[in-house]
Design a binder for this molecule. Structure first.
Ligand SMILES: *[C@@H]1O[C@H](CO)[C@@H](O)[C@H](O)[C@H]1NC(C)=O
Ligand SMILES: *[C@@H]1O[C@H](CO)[C@@H](O)[C@H](O)[C@H]1NC(C)=O
Ligand SMILES: *[C@@H]1O[C@H](CO)[C@@H](O)[C@H](O)[C@H]1NC(C)=O
Ligand SMILES: *[C@@H]1O[C@H](CO)[C@@H](O)[C@H](O)[C@H]1NC(C)=O
Ligand SMILES: *[C@@H]1O[C@H](CO)[C@@H](O)[C@H](O)[C@H]1NC(C)=O
Ligand SMILES: *[C@@H]1O[C@H](CO)[C@@H](O)[C@H](O)[C@H]1NC(C)=O
Length: 408
């Protein structure tokens, strides 16, 4: 009996060693995931004195799921959500803060839990809230370990890089810690959507020696390099972002309050002054008319937020790391919003579409090509026909591509 037990435990030790070896062989470069707009969970705790309705909770003993929680988006209740989620801009400090009495935390920094699925109820996962899950599941199948060799860097996606100082400090610690935990192995950064300009700004402010030491490469998926037309709807009619039962106008106040909406507007370097982005009976708005756009909407603070954020990555300074730029093409993507008689700005506009990934216009997705020949590190580029902006995260060809990078 004893001998068998000993053999059993030796076998177990051997198995553990084999597993560890396979893990090391398979999981070559550790991965840090940087989500996009809407791609991090938020928990909130309330100690408010007022609210939009009597039935809105004003005090909670515990943190609850604010984002993403479909119950919070139910009709009427959504007004409570908007009040808890919106930001308040201070035009003196050019910074934003939560509604008084709302405490928000972004859970799971360093782990993948809060970026794999957007709803925090693990047993209720509905596929529409799957985010980085397919990529993380693939990495785990190849030998990666959650929280060790694949890690998440969630952040307050309502804001823009001008307010990300504390997040960027955390990101530096996370990358260095991941490097050390994985036997001093360089890290692959993998970002989606707004996570890409967010990471670009970060890399633009890191010393080259640091990047050479810690970063293997940067996989950019659906990168919003030059903005997109779609955010202009957030400010005008509001956008239900395809959530059933939600009306754009009911979430507009929250969307208008987010510096990230302003950060992601079309850039002057990608759109010309003769392209109409939004039209309404009284006038047209181009990339040169943002001041009038916000004045006419009666939200002057949003113009200040645009000014605070428009130059952060405008010049697309090369990131100074190897790039794998992946994105979809050939999906109808908003190119112009047309408000007819009596529609401006509260009625959903007619949408004229052009090429892109369904959310980001093709010219912006291709922004990464501007680095070819401008940095010594390579810039690889691959398009995935009909891969939609977010669905691309579960695209088999994209996951196969990621494998070639992390195992190279
Ligand atoms: C809630 O806010 C009030 C001030 O409005 C404060 O006096 C009280 O200590 C707060 N309660 C908690 C639990 O933070
Ligand atoms: C904005 O910030 C300034 C400086 O911290 C402060 O004095 C002022 O009260 C703030 N304004 C509002 C509306 O909170
Ligand atoms: C990371 O998340 C996983 C679930 O995805 C959980 O089992 C694990 O305990 C978490 N680790 C840490 C350190 O939070
Ligand atoms: C930074 O990390 C600390 C400790 O993990 C965490 O409490 C804090 O919320 C993080 N802040 C940001 C902005 O990521
Ligand atoms: C760690 O890396 C060094 C060289 O980079 C290598 O010699 C060593 O075997 C590695 N250790 C493990 C446990 O993989
Ligand atoms: C807006 O632009 C269109 C051309 O795109 C033009 O036909 C129309 O007259 C313009 N409307 C206004 C109010 O300037």
């Amino acid at each position: 009996m004893v001998a068998v037990g000993k053999m059993g435990s030796r076998l177990a030790v051997l198995l553990v060693i084999i597993c560890q070896l396979t893990t090391l062989l398979d999981a070559k470069y550790p991965v840090v995931l940087v989500p996009g707009d809407g791609g991090s969970q938020f928990l909130a705790k309330l100690n408010k004195t007022t609210g939009p309705h009597e039935f809105c909770r004003q005090k909670t003993a515990e943190y609850f799921n604010l984002w993403l929680n479909l119950e919070e988006l139910a009709p009427y209740v959504i007004d409570c959500f908007v009040d808890n989620m919106k930001l308040h801009y201070n035009a003196t400090t050019h910074t934003t803060s939560n509604t008084p009495g709302v405490d928000i935390v972004i859970p799971g920094f360093g782990n993948t839990s809060s970026v794999e699925w957007l709803d925090a109820d693990y047993f209720l996962h509905i596929s529409s809230t799957s985010y980085f899950a397919p990529i993380v599941e693939a990495l785990v199948k190849w030998g990666y370990k959650r929280g060790e060799s694949v890690r998440g860097a969630p952040y307050d996606f309502r804001k823009a890089p001008n307010e990300f100082g504390p997040f960027y400090n955390n990101l530096t610690n996370l990358i260095e810690d991941t490097f050390v935990r994985n036997n001093n192995t360089k890290v692959v950064l993998l970002a989606h959507s707004m996570g890409n300009p967010t990471t670009l700004y970060y890399l633009n402010h890191r010393p080259q020696v640091w990047k050479d030491k810690y970063i293997h490469s940067f996989i950019t998926i659906s990168g919003v390099w030059g903005g997109a037309v779609k955010p202009l709807r957030l400010f005008s009619a509001g956008d239900n972002l395809n959530v059933p039962f939600v009306e754009g106008i009911n979430v507009r106040e929250e969307q208008r309050s987010m510096p990230s909406s302003a950060f992601l507007m079309p850039s002057e370097n990608f759109w010309s002054a003769n392209e109409v982005l939004v039209s309404q009976p009284k006038r047209n708005y181009t990339v040169k008319d943002y001041k009038a756009f916000f004045t006419d909407l009666g939200i002057p603070d949003a113009y200040l937020m645009r000014q605070d954020t428009e130059n952060l990555v405008k010049d697309l300074t090369p990131p100074g790391v190897e790039i794998h730029c992946l994105h979809g093409i050939n999906m109808p993507t908003p190119l112009q919003f047309q408000f007819g008689e009596g529609m401006w700005p509260d009625t959903q506009p007619k949408v004229v579409t052009g090429n892109g990934d369904g959310t980001v216009n093709i010219r912006s997705l291709l922004g990464c090509l501007s680095w070819q020949g401008k940095q010594k590190q390579k810039v690889y580029h691959q398009t995935f026909p009909k891969a939609e902006h977010t669905e691309i995260l579960s695209n088999k060809d994209v996951i196969a591509y990621i494998k070639t990078v992390v195992n190279s």
